[in-house]
Design a protein around this ligand. Structure first.
Ligand code: ADP
Length: 353
């Protein structure tokens, strides 16, 4: 076993990568101090952000790596995180365009295909119908679908230069300010994006879009949980998260992980509640019947179990599916559908008061 010198430890820690910056923790400046005297190793890490969401993960990685390499010192290896340096540089804060947004709400799901994007689009329009000014950021890097849902595929946002800085003008569609990663990439390219690349592109969209004054910005997150999610939500002051699930998906590990991600001490974003999508099916010829194809009451029960509000149910309705295809979301055309989303939107507004 090689002796634990400061230089060797440093070399070892070059194998630990900060997912957001893509740099190893030594060259990225995250290692504050290393002491090694032959019988004890102490490493302190310091992060640039006050609550870096990767702090706990990197601390654990560093600890495991050192214990693996120096098993004889196990028990005498300490890795700790020093209090972060104060705030972000003034310049960076000045340049974000999110300063005039009252409420930022993340729309998340454990898995793809549960209707997260459909819910985000219809909720955005419902909030607009309630008289609020609304923006929608489609950050679903793996399947940006909002341009299609709003019938503006192929739109090219304009750039605007103000005081020497470049900004992006959102596409205004149906009274919503829409920005999507899909305006800039082909879906096939998105699949090839690595974490850091996706994160950087999304950060640009977040901070350089001319959102103006908004009551609500909804963020259509990618499905699941991961480094891209943590990066996006740590970039912004997200006021709350809503989690969309189908009845049969609700208690599965992916949804549970989603709730835990938002509630993690380094993330600390209130879970405003769970929305159950595809709750039941009513055939047109039997308007009083509800067929609970995917089971009944699952999301409400899970919400109770994890102590999160239950925000409501959206049934399977043909017009909702068709709205996603035609570029006119169903709340625009179907009064009955509108009522379901309205109920959910009112609860969200209520939770944010
Ligand atoms: P996700 O964003 O979770 O991947 P989408 O919003 O793209 O899911 O929805 C997946 C598919 O399900 C789409 O074809 C959409 O039109 C359809 N869909 C979503 N919610 C409903 C619903 N309540 N009723 C009928 N079809 C729905």
């Amino acid at each position: 076993m090689m002796e634990a010198t400061k230089e060797r430890i440093e070399e070892l820690l070059r194998g630990v990568i900060h997912p957001e910056s893509g740099a190893n923790i030594v060259d990225g400046g995250f290692v504050d101090n290393i002491t090694a005297d032959g019988s004890r190793i102490t490493v302190s890490l310091r992060f640039k952000k006050t609550r870096d969401p990767f702090a706990a993960k990197l601390k654990n990685q560093t600890q495991s790596l050192l214990e693996e390499h120096y098993p004889e010192l196990k028990g005498s290896i300490t890795v700790f995180v020093k209090e972060a340096a104060p705030a972000r540089p003034v310049e960076e804060v000045r340049r974000t365009t999110t300063g005039d947004i009252s409420h930022i709400v993340a729309v998340a799901s454990g898995k793809g295909g549960v209707g997260k994007s459909t819910v985000a689009a219809n909720l955005a329009l419902t909030l607009r119908n309630m008289g609020y000014s609304v923006g929608l950021l489609d950050a679903d890097i793996y399947g940006p679908s909002q341009p299609k849902m709003f019938g503006c595929e192929g739109a090219v946002p304009e750039a605007e230069r103000i005081d020497g800085y470049d900004y992006i003008v959102p596409i205004e569609v149906k009274g919503i300010k829409l920005m999507s990663i899909g305006f800039f990439i082909r879906p096939t390219d998105a699949l090839l994006w690595r974490g850091a690349m996706a994160t950087n592109a999304l950060k640009q969209l977040i901070h350089q879009t001319l959102w103006g004054k908004l009551d609500f910005l909804l963020i259509d997150l990618p499905p699941g949980t991961g480094d891209v999610h943590l990066s996006i939500i740590s970039e912004l002051k997200v006021n709350g998260a809503v989690i969309v699930s189908t009845p049969q998906q609700v208690a599965v590990a992916d949804v549970v992980r989603g709730v835990e991600m938002f509630r993690h001490e380094n993330v600390n974003i209130p879970v405003l509640g769970i929305i159950e999508n595809m709750s039941w099916f009513t055939p047109a010829e039997l308007p009083d019947h509800r067929y609970y194809i995917f089971g009944h009451g699952g999301a409400a029960a899970y919400a109770r179990q994890c102590d999160a509000p239950f925000l409501g149910e959206i049934p399977i309705v043909q017009s909702i599916m068709e709205g996603g295809e035609s570029g006119v979301p169903a709340v625009e055309s179907d009064g009955a559908v509108n009522d379901f989303y309205r109920h959910v939107a009112e609860k969200i507004v209520d939770k944010l008061q």
